[in-house]
Design a binder for this molecule. Structure first.
Ligand SMILES: NC(=O)CC[C@H](N)C(=O)O
Length: 385
């Protein structure tokens, strides 16, 4: 790692990461040319880089993959969690090689370029991850220039000027239009089922930046899913006559999104509408009953996070992607903790004891990750009228 005060670009360097504290890491650029500023986080999943890059909850973030070989199975049209990538870019250890997989349609570096996303390879991602673990997720800029003509002081100024994710509502920038969701479970050779869930029960999903596999899992569990944008009002939701309301995952600071989402959720709770929330949806449900959320030191991102289910002590291996958490001590008496992280004891689930409402911090839809927690979709959809 070099210092921003002595910004000599090594010969052959076509990519660079500049952290707001002045740390400079050179590598090889791939994908789009240009630069992007955001929070630098790390993800420990071994598979699923295309799903991770397209997860809207990564808006405003640059993902460091701890798994060294990224891009080696290429990309395809199925393994996407949204129409376009939302992570700003990625940092990887090994150079991206020729894809070798029967499902490959487009090499990862070409896909990144076509999607306007920047990558850097040849970075010591173990050192970077240790740094994030010790000092917290930093703000930074990644840049790719085939000529290696980097203006390091200008990139540093950009990293320093970025205000950080705290206080940022990003759900408004990634939410989708109102629509009837089509598409169920994926099977090899057949792709996604065309099913729409057959009409009953009817779930209205609030899209704060939803991963598509959540909607597919709701369909698989038997629901028909209508999607509404993040700022949908209580009346707009109720006009669709929901049997239950789903609160999606999404990027940014839950407290900022809560400014418009919490009053709506509070009204849904008052009306005793069944609610299920995932990740940002979990945090918003906690805020709606009077709890608080806090920014985590480094966040949880990976496909192997153990979570304890408090009702019976069972351990679920889960997919995670969050940088904020529900402050367990802030929860009111009617919000009972149902799951905790076995990594750090943080809250991973709540249920509202006097309502039909529950939520989890982790991702039962996997994509990527284990499917231990699919039962939550069955619990929600199975419990609707
Ligand atoms: N995946 C998510 O929904 C993330 C929620 C929130 N943006 C966080 O980082 O904690």
């Amino acid at each position: 790692m070099a210092d921003a005060k002595s910004p000599t670009v090594p010969k052959g360097a076509t990519g660079v990461l500049v952290l707001a504290d002045g740390t400079v890491v050179f590598g090889h650029g791939f994908g789009a040319v240009g630069d992007a500023v955001g929070e630098v986080c790390f993800n420990t999943a071994i598979t699923g880089y295309q799903e991770i890059m397209t997860d809207p909850s990564y808006a405003g973030q640059i993902v460091t993959f701890t798994f060294p070989h990224i891009g080696n199975v290429g990309t395809n049209a199925d393994d996407v969690e949204a129409e376009a990538p939302h992570a700003l870019g990625c940092i990887v250890r090994e150079n991206v090689t020729e894809p070798s997989n029967f499902r490959n349609v487009q090499p990862f570096d070409e896909w990144m370029k076509a999607q306007g996303r920047i990558g850097i390879s040849g970075v010591d991602t173990r050192a970077l991850t240790r740094r994030i673990r010790t000092s917290g997720a930093p703000n930074g800029v990644i840049a790719h220039d085939p000529a290696g003509a980097f203006d390091i002081p200008a990139l540093l100024a950009k990293a320093k000027a970025w205000p950080g994710l705290e206080g940022m509502d990003l759900a408004v920038s990634v939410t989708g239009q109102q629509r009837e969701w089509q598409g169920g479970a994926w099977t090899l050779g057949q792709g996604y089922a065309a099913a729409d869930g057959g009409g009953k029960p009817h779930v209205v999903a609030i899209d704060y930046g939803a991963k598509h596999n959540i909607f597919r899992n709701l369909v698989k569990a038997g629901a028909r899913v209508s999607v509404l944008p993040a700022q949908a009002s209580y009346d707009e939701i109720m006009a669709l006559k929901p049997d239950g309301v789903f609160l999606s995952n999404g990027p940014g600071d839950p407290a900022a999104t809560g400014a418009y989402a919490v009053p709506v959720i509070a009204k849904l709770l008052d009306a005793n509408v069944p609610i299920f929330g995932i990740c940002l949806g979990h945090q918003l449900l906690a805020l709606a009953v009077g709890g608080k959320t806090v920014k985590m030191h480094q966040g949880h991102r990976g496909a192997n996070h153990p979570v304890k289910r408090l009702s019976d002590g069972a351990v679920e291996i889960t997919s995670m992607n969050h940088g904020f958490a529900v402050d367990m001590d802030s929860l009111p008496a009617n919000a009972r903790a149902t799951h905790i992280s076995l990594f750090d004891g943080s809250n991973c689930g709540i249920e509202i004891t006097d309502r039909n409402a529950f939520s989890v911090q982790y991702h039962p839809e996997a994509s990527p990750g284990p499917q231990d927690s699919f039962y939550l979709f069955e619990k929600f959809v199975g419990g609707l009228g």
